[in-house]
Design a protein around this ligand. Structure first.
Ligand code: PLP
Length: 364
């Protein structure tokens, strides 16, 4: 039972994912928050212009804010949420970031550095004392845990000792069901809500959750000024998806643990990167990059596609991307996002594809 701090009634997070963000329940009211397709609202009320707010945003923000224990601000993508948080860095400021952070985040940081907007130092998030030292006096400490796709785990609690002005955690992989960084000293949590929060690979969305209302209002201001806002339909889909987050997460996590056990015994597998929890794992495949490509091409139930956190199992060789290769992601690493299919069916599919890899590598 993972209780939400400040939720008052002591309800489990799985319950809050269902109950929050529904507004008042008066007889005859819809149970779900309706999709409001209106760019403007009659003056004098809670909503004014569509770029500033919408009932659907508010509902989704209430759910994510309740789960993470902070004030949530929804963005049109995870990267838009990342970008908005980095806007809080003063011009010429410095960011200390995980060298295993999501490739898009590192590409953005490199680009901002090249333009002279800020400077970045990349660190190994598993080396707590080095991170704390590097972040001394920094504007932002940017941590991801587990990292994508190397599955490194940071000691989020110990990193609160860092004196960076803002301590930010990308919680996309773990979700608030496993860790709630704001409750252990982080200032902001970001999510690619495209992934587990929405859960059906049908929407691109992001969210930042601030420790307090004043930080959240800074992020809302950035969102309004940048002008890139989430569409009401996308937020509706994300809100529908997050209602089932706990059951999806539980099922996919259980399947991931089963797969890790079985994968470790297969001759075409050199190693499995798995933090010991969650729905993501990476396979180090025998036969280098070609072996990994063969695995991705041979699966039939799993889909060879980017992204993660949906109902379907996805596989992808990550080092094909420049920003993963430069971070040292091995050529033979295949990231697996475990879906909701029966574990035996996913295993049969992977095992058959791995058998082909084993034959090609001469180990079977
Ligand atoms: N953070 C992590 C850990 C991610 O995996 C991703 C996308 O894959 C992002 C942020 C960016 O999110 P989006 O693709 O929704 O812009």
């Amino acid at each position: 039972m993972v209780e939400a701090a400040g939720s008052g009634d002591g309800a489990d997070l799985s319950t809050l994912a269902v109950t929050l963000g529904r507004g008042e329940h008066l007889p005859g009211d819809p149970v779900n928050v309706p999709v409001v397709l209106s760019s403007t609202f009659r003056g004098g009320g809670r909503f004014s212009y569509g770029r500033e707010g919408n009932p659907g945003w508010e509902a989704f923000e209430e759910v994510v804010g309740g789960l993470e224990g902070g004030a949530a601000v929804v963005f049109p993508s995870g990267l838009a949420a990342v970008r908005a948080v980095l806007e809080l860095v003063p011009v010429g400021g410095n960011v200390v970031a995980a060298n295993g952070a999501y490739s898009g985040t590192r590409r953005l940081l490199a680009d901002l550095e090249q333009r002279g907007r800020l400077s970045t130092r990349l660190v190994d998030v598993t080396d707590t004392s080095t991170v704390v030292g590097a972040a001394d006096g920094a504007d932002v400490l940017w941590v991801e845990s587990p990292t994508n796709p190397m599955m490194e785990v940071a000691d989020l609690h110990a990193l609160r000792a860092a004196t960076a002005r803002l301590y930010v955690v990308d919680n996309t992989f773990a979700t608030p069901l496993l860790q709630r960084p704001l409750s252990i000293g982080a200032d902001v949590v970001v999510h690619s809500a495209t992934k587990l929060l929405s859960g059906h690979s049908d929407v691109v969305l992001g969210v930042a959750v601030a420790r307090d209302e004043s930080l959240a209002s800074e992020l809302r201001q950035v969102r309004s000024e940048h002008g890139a806002i989430p569409g009401p339909m996308e937020v509706f889909l994300a809100l529908r998806g997050i209602r089932t987050l706990a059951v999806r997460f539980e099922r996919a996590s259980a399947t991931a643990a089963i797969l890790v056990e079985r994968l470790r015994g297969h001759p075409a597998v050199e190693g499995v990167l798995y933090p010991g929890f969650g729905t993501m794992l990476s396979i180090l495949v025998r036969g280098g990059g070609p072996g990994a490509d063969r695995l991705c091409a041979s699966v039939q139930l799993a889909v060879n596609a980017t992204s993660l956190g949906g109902v379907e199992t996805l596989v992808e060789r990550r080092a094909q991307y420049h920003w993963d290769a430069v971070a040292g992601v091995p050529a033979n690493l295949v990231r697996v996002s475990v879906g909701l299919e029966h574990p035996d069916d996913v295993w049969r599919d992977l095992a058959r594809a791995l058998d082909e890899v084993a034959v090609a590598a001469g180990v079977r």
